[in-house]
Design a binder for this molecule. Structure first.
Ligand SMILES: [Zn+2]
Length: 245
């Protein structure tokens, strides 16, 4: 069983009462989580680097690190930590909005937060970190006509590949909104894996286009974090599907 961690923002949490404030994990806390996993002998890997382990071709103490949406604070606060520890990670970019902000979150009362611009995405890739796709516009894929869903999946991949000159093989369904047809479109577009917002540890028998993840909230204490990553407790809760922005 392999934990694939799901983060959004690496930043101080907004004031109490702010919706979804747990999506922000403070930089110090993130560093502590990574350092502890390293101390326990684990290596943090991007989806590309994790794939052979998920496929059962390699074995070892590894976990996946993913960041949804592509926030600038991930570039500023997470990248130095990853580099210091020799870990790789995947950021799923909203490909149509480099340098933009989380416009899809605003109606939910989530505070404005900037996304990485092209230079920052370039830095991310140059540092050996992976560029993944989270569609062009952070859409609900199952609610779109088929040709538009396909465009969101394909054009985000090809656009990121053209601009940044790296293969884009990792995908993440916005809001965890997917179906068998959407998974098939993702596979046909040339991706090799896709993650969900379903909670749980990834198992060898899991569909590579339906990988569950471990949600890391800004509220979580260190012991609870380690328990979540390294014990089967999380696995039992996988039936509970959580809708995340
Ligand atoms: Zn998202």
């Amino acid at each position: 069983m392999i934990p694939i961690l799901m983060y959004h923002q690496i930043a101080d949490m907004p004031p109490k009462g702010t919706p979804y404030r747990g999506l922000c994990v403070p930089a110090k806390k993130f560093a502590q989580q990574m350092q502890w996993l390293k101390r326990l002998g684990y290596r943090g890997l991007s989806m590309q680097d994790l794939l052979p382990y998920l496929e059962g071709k390699k074995s070892g103490k590894v976990f996946g690190i993913t960041f949804d949406d592509g926030y600038a604070n991930v570039h500023d606060n997470a990248l130095p930590v990853l580099q210091a520890l020799g870990f790789t990670a995947t950021t799923y970019f909203v490909a149509g909005h480099p340098g933009g902000h989380n416009h899809w979150d605003i109606e939910k009362g989530i505070p404005h937060s900037g996304l990485m611009n092209e230079q920052q995405i370039q830095n991310w890739a140059k540092a050996g970190q992976e560029i993944g796709s989270h569609t062009l516009d952070h859409v609900h894929l199952t609610q779109l006509p088929e040709n538009e869903a396909r465009r969101q999946i394909e054009a985000s991949k090809y656009g990121l590949e053209a601009v940044f000159g790296v293969p884009v093989t990792a995908f993440c369904y916005p809001y965890g909104d997917e179906s068998a047809a959407i998974r098939e479109m993702t596979r046909q577009a040339g991706y090799t894996n896709a993650t969900l917002t379903v909670k749980g540890l990834a198992l060898k028998e899991d569909d590579l286009f339906g990988l569950p993840r471990v949600t890391v909230s800004g509220n979580i204490g260190l012991v609870a974090f380690l328990m979540k990553c390294l014990t089967q407790k999380e696995h039992k809760r996988r039936v509970k599907k959580e809708k995340q922005p």
